[in-house]
Write a protein that binds this ligand. Structure first.
Ligand code: FDP
Length: 353
């Protein structure tokens, strides 16, 4: 093997090259979308570095003031070396993404899981895109080092004029792009710009995301179901019946395996690659489920559909939902096409009965 040549694999498909290739398919494009994506990628790299060093930096569990501006421009994570106070990872991640998005000059409205109100970007820095995001999803897993991630979705301003809250209260099917970055044993960014799904893995030695999972397609049927079974006593009929079928199938098929990490990005990533179904259903205590429509349900549903799977709320196709509030929740069943089809049939049967 020619190791020297291997060390200089300039033919690797980096995410930058990939996004520019996509851009070249639209000759009318002025590159605004590519610039926005490059700022999201930079935010992911930064958060990845912070997550990796969290234990060392004693970031975990601390909340205080620090100079995020300085951190962002000194990309090599100098923040804890400056003797400043540090922040909790989720707070830090939010500041990183808000700064990254605003400084792209391409955004007008930002909705973050961390901020109660939407952020309207000041006119001098305003662009035509709206970004909804959860900067660090699965944060209850931070302290034990389990995979966590950033989830994002991108809309375009509806009529190109003044930005209004309605611009982010659009159904998920209007998203232009969606993705997530998982901070796990490796750092993986999964992206769809509306023509398939591609996965990139961060090569820490190059500081570049490399295309490692081209054109991801979810298996049509899976062998895994993923749900918090601790909530079972409060489930509705169709959810309970579906999980019962997973465990005790009556058609001679093997029982499904249960896998539940409790970190949406990690559970959805596994579902996308291995197939099966991830559900966070409604229950008596939480009639709208737990997961947030704009920055959890929509981006993950967008990716699932683009990969050949489905996503259902228990009532309708998830991407058809029209949110009324920015932090609205919805029940969600997403994954392999045939598995979600079974869930839809159970809900349809209950409606008829
Ligand atoms: P977390 O509470 O750790 O932030 O919506 C957030 C989320 O994690 C998802 O990432 C995860 O899928 C879900 O909540 C886990 O909820 P349960 O602990 O109720 O199972």
């Amino acid at each position: 093997m020619d190791h020297a040549a291997d060390a200089f694999r300039t033919d690797l498909m980096t995410i930058t090259k990939f996004v520019l290739n996509e851009q070249s398919k639209h000759p009318e494009s002025r590159g605004d979308f590519s610039i926005l994506l490059s700022h999201i990628v930079l935010g992911c790299k930064f958060v990845c570095a912070a997550v990796n060093k969290a234990g060392l930096a004693k970031l975990i569990g601390l909340a205080g003031e620090t100079n995020v501006q300085a951190m962002f421009y000194n990309f090599t994570c100098v923040f804890w070396l400056q003797g400043e106070e540090q922040k909790k990872l989720d707070v830090l991640s939010n500041e990183v993404f808000v700064k990254a998005l605003v400084s792209s000059g391409r955004t007008c409205i930002l909705v973050s899981e961390e901020d109660e109100e939407a952020i309207f970007v000041e006119p001098s820095k305003r662009g035509k895109y709206c970004v909804v995001f959860d900067p660090l999803d699965g944060s209850s897993n931070i302290d034990c080092g389990v995979s966590i991630g950033t989830i994002f979705g991108i809309y375009m301003l509806k009529d190109g004029g003044e930005s209004r809250l309605e611009d982010v209260l659009q159904p998920g099917k209007n998203m232009l792009a969606a993705g997530y970055c998982m901070y796990g044993s490796s750092c993986t960014l999964v992206l769809s710009t509306g023509s398939g799904v591609n996965g990139f893995t961060l090569d820490p030695s190059l500081g570049e995301f490399i295309l490692t999972h081209p054109d991801i397609k979810i298996p049509k049927k899976g062998k895994i179901y993923s749900v918090n079974e601790g909530n079972a006593k409060n489930w509705d009929g169709p959810t309970a019946k579906f999980v019962e079928k997973c465990k005790f199938p009556k058609d001679g098929s093997p029982a499904k395996s249960l896998r539940y990490i409790g970190s949406m990005v990690a559970d959805v990533h596994r579902t996308l690659l291995y197939g099966g179904v991830f559900l966070y259903p409604a229950d008596k205590k939480s009639p709208n489920g737990k997961l947030r429509v704009l920055y959890e349900v929509f981006p993950m549903s967008f990716l699932m559909e683009q990969a050949g799977g489905q996503s259902f709320t228990g009532k309708e196709r998830a991407l058809d939902l029209v949110p009324k509030k920015i932090h609205e929740r919805s029940p969600i069943f997403l994954g392999s096409y045939d598995d979600v089809e079974e869930i839809k049939a159970l809900y349809a049967a209950e409606e008829k009965a």
